[in-house]
Ligand binder design. Structure first.
Ligand code: TYD
Length: 138
């Protein structure tokens, strides 16, 4: 998978005098079957998260509140996606290194995954990631 396989998805937005509503459904706006959701919050200033790749897991990330950057790396190129609206999601296919950084105060990152949590699915060493990528194993 390459950076070009990542995509920003504009989610439906129902505007109403009572406030706005957005939504996402599996196999529709989120291009996989959802097996897991988790969220990241209360990130101290200057911290970064992520810093790993997945062998199989695909992800869909929404900045429900605040803003942060998702830096995606396919071993050849890096691209920074800034998420700062709750009606945009970022789809990240498997096999890409990604970090999350520059969290604003009170930001809330909601993530959906295509597989259940499995530590064996993680590649946590960047050198291992580059080697697997070069060998065409991920
Ligand atoms: P990790 O995915 O490394 O966090 P990040 O990518 O944000 O840096 O997960 C941190 C810890 O939480 C790690 O010990 C595994 C645990 N964890 C679960 O138990 N289930 C989950 O679904 C996730 C995402 C993490």
């Amino acid at each position: 998978m390459k950076i070009a396989d990542c995509k920003i998805v504009e989610l439906p937005k129902i505007l109403d005098a009572r406030g706005n509503l957005s939504f996402a459904e599996q196999n529709k706006q989120i291009p996989f079957e959802i097996k897991r959701t988790y969220w990241i919050y209360d990130v101290p200033g200057g911290e970064s998260r992520g810093g790993h790749a997945f062998r199989e897991n695909q992800e869909f990330v929404i900045a429900l509140s605040g803003a942060f950057d998702v830096v995606v790396d396919d071993g050849e190129q890096k691209k920074t996606f800034t998420l700062n609206r709750s009606y945009y999601g970022l789809y990240i296919p498997k096999g890409l290194w990604r970090t999350m950084e520059n969290f604003s105060t009170n930001s809330l990152a909601l993530e959906f995954g295509s597989i259940h949590y499995d530590e064996q699915d993680y590649i946590r060493d960047y050198g291992d990631f580059i080697k697997l990528k070069k060998d065409g194993k991920i």
